[in-house]
Design a protein around this ligand. Structure first.
Ligand SMILES: CC(C)=CCC/C(C)=C/CC/C(C)=C/CC/C(C)=C/CC/C(C)=C/CC/C(C)=C/CC/C(C)=C/COP(=O)(O)OP(=O)(O)O
Ligand SMILES: O=P(O)(O)OC[C@@H](O)CO
Ligand SMILES: [Mg+2]
Length: 230
């Protein structure tokens, strides 16, 4: 297992979406650093276990990004726990996490749990609607969330999330400037090599999701784009 801190490119696979064996093989053998398993809705223990068992045929890191308590299962290298910093519904800031502490607090292996401070910026994304995220933010607002995550909360990961839409690269750049310790994840609408290169210019780790299900060839090109500059 490599440390997640070295990841430059990851694919995010949604347990709620079917994926053919040959596509999964191409993704896992593409040279990407890891697979994150996660989605906003329709994630169950069954579809999570099914996807995990298929990914485990390949030798790469695999993390579960927890969006529901029912889908937590042993067997992942890491457990990423989102907290939506700009959620207006506190359930998604600390509510679910508090519930989880009551259930799992005493048995958690903290070495493989990674807290992510999300800043959700596409108002049309499912995650924005679910969490009632305040998405009308300036780049200064986002930079302040980055500072909050890095300096005040000391979170290991700050995640600029534009799920479904390619975001504003200047906003990403401003966020990066505030981070001394936190790893900057960027995800949202990366569907070309050029977009992958742009986002990887500022983000430590880029996350490629939906394009996998729309055009796998383009998804694979995002790996080459990031890896060729390493
Ligand atoms: C037994 C064992 C192995 C124990 C391990 C211990 C462990 C890991 C315990 C859990 C600890 C803990 C604190 C858990 C928290 C649980 C929880 C439910 C937290 C809430 C997380 C949260 C804020 C979810 C909101 C949604 C969200 C941010 C999801 C992230 C993924 C995301 C944005 C995906 C993109 O969405 P997608 O579905 O792809 O959207 P589209 O379809 O529109 O593309
Ligand atoms: O699905 P896309 O838009 O690529 O976004 C990736 C990821 O940030 C979603 O949580
Ligand atoms: Mg998605």
């Amino acid at each position: 297992m490599s440390t997640y801190r070295s990841w430059r490119h990851v694919f995010k696979l949604d347990p709620n979406k079917p994926i053919e064996d040959h596509v999964l093989e191409q993704l896992c053998e593409s040279g990407t650093d890891a697979i994150i398993v996660g989605g906003t809705d329709g994630v169950t223990l069954d579809n999570t276990l099914y996807l995990l068992s298929r990914i485990r045929q390949f030798a790469l890191d695999c993390a579960l990004e927890v969006s529901t308590l029912e889908a937590i299962t042993p067997g992942f290298d890491y457990y990423f726990i989102p907290s939506v910093l700009n959620a207006q519904d506190v359930t998604w800031l600390v509510g679910k996490q508090h519930e989880a502490m009551k259930e799992y607090g005493d048995i958690i292996d903290w070495d493989i749990v990674v807290a992510e401070g999300y800043c959700v910026l596409n108002s049309e994304a499912k995650v924005a609607k679910l969490t009632s995220a305040k998405t009308e933010l300036t780049s200064e607002d986002v930079a302040a969330y980055a500072q909050l995550a890095d300096k005040f909360l000391r979170l290991p990961v700050f995640y600029v999330e534009y799920s479904g839409q390619f975001g504003d690269m200047d906003t990403l750049k401003q966020a990066k400037r505030q981070l001394n310790h936190a790893q900057l994840f960027y995800g949202g609408g990366i569907s070309t090599a050029e977009q992958a290169t742009q986002a990887a210019n500022y983000a430590d780790t880029i996350v490629v999701g939906n394009v996998i299900y729309e055009d796998v060839k383009q998804a694979l090109e995002t790996v080459t784009a990031v890896k060729k500059n390493q």
